[in-house]
Design a protein around this ligand. Structure first.
Ligand code: GAR
Length: 202
């Protein structure tokens, strides 16, 4: 399955995917292009180092605004034959053009156990909420914010002396496992959405 990956910054989840792919752990995945909404995103260098095509489509100052930018991203992905999209630290809300171009074919990784703590600063939200367990979620993207059907979740303990940095680092280790697991399932075509639940048909 031809995949496009959208990023905004560091790109460690992208790197986990590309390393897994190089190690033969994503046999059905073909990474067609990595697109960043920030031309300075460090993840673009990671993609280039792995020989993957890249594009930077800056949202800042994009003519026509948010929806036009979303449509330009969808067009670029389609031009590269992309069949499904992975949001790997993509800090933009997905618009109608993307949802229509890739129905039930966009997945996102989020650093909390959804539906708890959607949106920005999920790890800070978890600390402020006083939860003893947190983690990460890979889910299908729908019209809402971090609200679509859940594919994979992984948990970590929240320790008494945690701050946002230490909790984020513990969650990130699990993110790198979760995103590989979810993209493997997605690319092998074994996921089915029934009502709001994701089933594995294998
Ligand atoms: C990750 O923690 C990811 O879960 C989070 O941004 C970070 C990106 O790191 N995404 C969100 O918060 C999306 N709402 P990375 O660039 O090193 O993969």
């Amino acid at each position: 399955m031809k995949l496009g990956v959208l990023i905004s910054g560091r790109g460690s989840n992208l790197e986990a995917l590309l390393k897994a792919h190089a190690a033969g752990k994503l046999p059905a995945a073909d990474f067609a292009i990595v697109v960043a909404n920030d031309p300075q995103a460090r993840g673009l260098d990671i993609a280039r180092a792995h020989g993957i095509k890249t594009a930077a489509i800056a949202h800042r100052g994009f003519p026509g605004g948010r929806q036009a930018h979303d449509a330009a991203v969808a067009r670029t992905l389609k031009e590269h034959g992309v069949e499904a999209v992975v949001l790997a630290g993509y800090m933009r809300i997905i618009g109608r053009a993307m949802l229509e171009a890739f129905p039930h074919r966009i997945v996102n990784i989020h650093p909390s156990l959804l539906p708890s703590f959607p949106g920005l600063h999920a790890q800070e939200q978890a600390l402020a909420g006083g939860v003893r367990v947190s983690g990460c979620t890979v889910h299908f993207v729908d019209e809402g914010v971090d609200s679509g059907p859940i594919i994979v979740q992984k948990t970590v303990p929240v320790l008494d002396d945690d701050d946002a940095e230490s909790l984020s680092a513990r969650i990130l280790v699990q993110e790198h496992l979760a995103i590989v697991e979810a993209v493997d399932l997605l690319s092998r075509g074994v996921l089915r959405i029934e009502n709001r639940r994701v089933r594995r048909m294998e």
